[in-house]
Each structure stands twice: as structure tokens, then as C-alpha cells.
Design a binder for this molecule. Structure first.
Ligand SMILES: *Cc1c(COP(=O)(O)O)cnc(C)c1O
Length: 384
């Protein structure tokens, strides 16, 4: 890699062919009657939402889903034609932006629906919405009670709203809790049909549910993790590959004498004379600080331990097993698990968190290098 373009020795590589193949595999799994909503919140889980959007839509995604208005606007400013659903709530003072950019908004109270209906009427437009129903997660949603059904009925009668869809979200505790939520959601549909309300698009499944429970795919799935090749499912199967890897290079080598310490607080001391390399990445790049004393990286195809406390911008590794290492040598911070690399699955276990957290915490500072057809397609630094 050309450091003059990257501005630093640390970068994240994203394989767009892999994103395309994963999208096609998910599209194939869904079949023709189920839509695929690609979840690109949190900057596409650290992969770069604007860089991935075209690949996702060209290879089978029908809709882009984000959590927040700012994320929707970033996509719409790149291309006003992108179909974007905000799965979270938007402050009612920003409803003008929803209308201006033709964004599909999630609504979960009658009051919000009335406010959006009012804004839409004032603008001479119809606002596009999906309703959210609470079937037990207790995060967002209209309750799946009698009263909730009545609220939905009233929302559906507002003249300046188009209710394009309705959804709920799974707790994913176990089979029986999933089944209870799914049945509760079907019951909402039955009750609405009884009062002659027919909402076109019903959805409940995230990545895990869409692979493990084919019947939950309904009219649309909301797939995040699996687009990026992150496998959390356990019952079904889907042929996907991890698209992201994290790279750096040795920038400094110290000769540390037996008994001397490394990094803040000297939590690690050299048991013998040891060569220590400094790597230019730290927790401010999105590497979990909780890996103190547990992390390892790959150098010359070997696993090499990270020693001492992980700093904000740097960390140190023990070169004992790789005596030939030199300044400038490439280090893989994490990869897909092949060739002795630490996979995102493994690093999430070491850090006691989940895979989505590992990638979505990646910050803007490391450049993103996009590969397509085996060559470098684009580079994005903080300045882009
Ligand atoms: C994040 C999110 C998803 C996608 O989750 P994955 O597990 O990454 O597939 C789906 N639906 C909602 C409401 C979400 O917030």
C-alpha cells in the first residue's frame, strides 16, 4: 500500500466483491417474494455506508436501513434516489427533512404520526412511514395490545401518510421467545385485517432470524451482520465471507532489558531481554482497550502477543518469536481467521463483546481501502 495516499501505516481493507457476493447469497436465500433491506447504520458497521450503497443495491438489496436521520441524510446527499428507511425515531422538529429528502420514517406513536401528517399536509406531500410494534423487546414500538391496534387504525386513517410497512424486532433469547414474538406479530396482522387494514410490507427478521427461521422472512428481511460476512446464526446456513480486515506496519523497535516495563503502569515487564515493536494503532482507532494482556496480531504469518496497556494511538508487541522482524513489516491486526489471523469472531470473544460492536466502533482515523476485481478501487481517508 502507498503510505503517501493513506497518510498513515494503519488502514482497513474492505473487499467490495465480497460484499457483492454476500448480498447475492442473501438475495438468493430470500427468493423472489421477500425484499432485502440492507442495514447500513453506524456507517455500514464501520465499512463505509456511502461506499457500499451502490454495490448493495446493484446486487440485490431493495432498501437501505439506518438508525438515525444524520445517516439517512448522508446517503441521500450522495444520491437522492436511494431508498432509505430510518428504523429509529426522528425528532419531530426535523420532520421537514424527512419530507424534503423523501425518507421513509419509522413511527411508533399516534402523536408522532399526527405531527408528521401535519407537516406533510403543510408541504403538500405524503410522508412514507413504517410502523413499529413492540412484541416484547420494550425498546420502541406501539404496544401489541387492543389499545395499540386502535392507535394503528387511527394512524392508517391519516390522509398525508402512506403506511408502507410495519415491523417488530426480536429479543433472540431462545426458540420459544422468538416464537412468542412472531405469533404476537401475526396476531397484530390478523386483528388489523379484521378491521380491513392491509399494510403491504411486514418484517421481523434480522440477520440471525432470517437464516435460522425461514418463515420469519415474511415480506422483507433487515440484514446487517450477514452482509459483511459476520456469522451469528447457528441453525441455518449461508455461504458468506468476512469483507473487512485491519492492517498496520511496524514503526519502531525497542530493545528492552530483562525486568524493564512497557507502556503505562508497567503492567507488563520483560521476563528476558526482548525486542519490542511499536504499532501505530490504539483504542482511538476502534481497537478494544479491554484486550490489554489478551490481544495478539499476525506478523510474518505468526501470532504475536500485544504487551502492556493499549494506548490511544499505539500499542506494543513482543518480537521474541519473530527475530527477523524489521521496521516497515506488515502486521495484520485482524482478518478472516485464515493464515493465522485473528478473526472478528475471535476478537469479539477476547474482548467479551459481539462482532457488530468490534466493527461498528472502528473510527474515521484509519483510512479505508476498497478492493474490487482484485485491485484497489478507492481509498477514503479522514479528509474525504
Ligand atoms: C441493527 C438492526 C438490524 C440488523 O441487525 P443484524 O443483526 O446486524 O442483522 C435489524 N433491525 C433493526 C431494527 C436493527 O436495529
Amino acid at each position: 500500500m502507498d503510505m503517501h495516499t493513506l497518510l498513515r501505516e494503519t488502514y482497513i481493507e474492505i473487499d467490495l466483491d465480497c460484499i457483492a457476493q454476500n448480498t447475492e447469497a442473501i438475495r438468493h436465500m430470500c427468493g423472489q417474494t421477500t425484499k432485502l433491506a440492507a442495514v447500513v447504520k453506524a456507517d455500514a458497521y464501520g465499512h463505509g455506508a456511502c461506499m457500499l450503497a451502490d454495490t448493495l443495491l446493484e446486487h440485490g438489496a431493495d432498501l437501505l436501513c439506518v438508525a438515525a436521520l444524520s445517516e439517512a441524510l448522508e446517503l441521500k446527499q450522495q444520491n437522492p434516489a436511494y431508498p432509505v428507511l430510518i428504523m429509529g425515531l426522528t425528532p419531530s422538529s426535523c420532520f421537514d427533512l424527512i419530507l424534503k429528502y423523501d425518507i421513509i420514517q419509522t413511527i411508533d406513536t399516534l402523536q408522532q404520526a399526527e405531527l408528521l401528517n401535519h407537516c406533510a399536509a403543510a408541504a403538500g406531500k405524503k410522508a412514507r412511514i413504517h410502523l413499529k410494534v413492540d412484541t416484547g423487546f420494550h425498546r420502541l414500538g406501539i404496544p401489541d395490545s387492543e389499545n395499540g391496534i386502535e392507535q394503528i387504525r387511527q394512524i392508517c386513517s391519516l390522509p398525508n401518510l402512506t403506511v408502507e410497512g410495519i415491523f417488530t424486532h426480536l429479543v433472540l433469547l431462545d426458540d420459544s421467545s422468538n416464537q412468542m414474538q412472531y405469533q404476537a406479530f401475526l396476531k397484530v396482522r390478523e386483528q388489523l385485517e379484521r378491521v380491513n387494514i392491509h399494510i403491504p410490507c411486514w418484517h421481523i427478521a434480522d440477520s440471525i432470524a432470517s437464516v435460522d427461521y425461514p418463515e420469519y422472512r415474511m415480506d422483507m428481511i433487515r440484514a446487517g451482520a450477514i452482509l459483511y460476512g459476520l456469522k451469528g446464526f447457528h441453525k441455518g446456513s449461508l455461504d458468506i465471507q468476512q469483507a473487512l480486515s485491519f492492517h498496520t506496519h511496524i514503526i519502531h523497535i525497542s530493545e528492552v532489558k530483562a525486568g524493564e516495563g512497557v507502556s503505562y503502569d508497567f503492567t507488563w515487564r520483560a521476563p528476558k531481554d526482548t525486542r519490542i515493536a511499536t504499532l501505530p494503532f490504539g483504542y482511538a482507532d476502534g481497537y478494544p482497550r479491554s484486550l490489554n494482556g489478551k490481544g495478539w496480531v499476525t506478523l510474518h504469518g505468526k501470532r504475536v502477543p500485544v504487551v502492556g496497556i493499549i494506548c490511544m494511538d499505539q500499542c506494543m508487541i513482543d518480537l521474541s518469536e519473530v527475530p527477523e522482524a524489521q521496521i516497515g513489516d506488515e502486521v495484520i491486526i485482524y482478518g478472516d481467521g485464515s493464515n493465522n489471523t485473528l478473526s472478528i469472531q475471535e476478537i469479539s470473544q477476547l474482548a467479551a463483546t459481539n462482532k457488530n460492536d468490534i466493527v461498528s466502533r472502528l473510527t474515521r482515523r484509519p483510512a479505508r481501502v476498497y478492493r474490487k476485481n482484485g485491485t484497489i478501487y478507492a481509498v477514503r481517508t479522514m479528509l474525504d
